[in-house]
Design a protein around this ligand. Sequence first.
Ligand code: PLP
Length: 412
Amino acid sequence: MTEITREERQREDQAILQQFPILDGSFTYLDNGATTQKPQCVLDAMMHYYTKENANPMRGLYDLSIKATEAYEDARETVRAFINARAHEEIVFTRNATESLNLVAYTYGRAFIKEGDEIVITIMEHHSNMLPWQQLCKEKGAKLTYILPEADGTITEEMFRSYMNPNVKLVAMTQVSNVLGVKNDIKTFARIAHENGAVFVCDGAQSVPHMKVDVQELDCDFLSFSGHKIYGPMGIGVLYGKRDLLDKMPPFLFGGEMIEYVTTEGATWNELPHKFEAGTVNDGGAVGLAAALRFVSSIGFDRIEERELHLTKMMMTEMQKLPYVHILGSTDPEKHHGIVTFTVDGVHPHDIAAIFDSHKVDIRAGHHCAQPLMKFCHTPSTVRASMGLYNTEEDVQHFLDALKKLREEMGY
Ligand code: PLP
């Protein structure tokens, strides 16, 4: 991580901020874990697509449709390179991370998980990486086991190993928790899962926007993420899957474009990745996502990680001085990856978020789609501030000012 001077940081802040038309200084946006704002280049790329290239891709034989197909497949190549997948066949466009995870549970899960098998997930999973496996296990008579981390969210190699046994056929785990911010050692856990004969599904929704994720290095079998959390549009997501696994999985949705040949008796399936992309695809979304990934690459994860850590340190250091504020997870900002979830004695999280809103600071309150984790942490709900690459020291200062006035405004 390259640290920079104060002047360099301010120049960098301005250079980044001016690319986000919505960030006009009238509010402070700290809900990036939920969704991110979009840079002009993403908006321009989508505008270009819809004004110059829009047609139903992969179907027409005319020039515009060919252009639309090229735009879509170029976007796929950008995604492939971004996560370093071996082949474009391994990149399936979906609607979001949720759909990607459901795709694996519905197709791989229903084809290969049997009664008596065991699936291992963690208690820190987002509901999107929990409910598909819960449903699958109920349907198949398989067992679902939850890894319980240490109080700060750590799962050690030893702990992970203790959950492995010959019945475990699939492990699904988030790389970064959307509540604790803790990062799981996917590379090590995937290796151990493979030694045990299990496939490894990695939920990258909160990691891919914040750090370099290389699927060959991690050696996970599947990886999911959402375009809207990485400065791209809503409605486009990605499922990476190893080719040999995708090949042997049945299709997810049935209809146009995913077939090779149809008779009144049945059908054969299109080649990868089209087998998993039924119906008209989200070409404009894919184009927007590709522009977002190019934008992120142009800044680089070295700078993104340094910026987000710098602000997390600033935020947590001040919060830790307030005895009535309690941060979930580790006390070490390096283990938070830009996510700071907390409670305030005597103030309900919804009141906290409403008061922050009156100070024009946008943060998230609730269970963060991780109710079993909330129970594990003995709290029904919390508040979360989450950083994006455009956040600045001023944003953190606005947040801290609102936090310090909070109890006063509640009459303490
Ligand atoms: N996984 C994690 C860790 C998340 O934080 C989220 C969303 O917040 C998801 C999955 C689901 O993402 P989406 O709602 O875009 O499908």
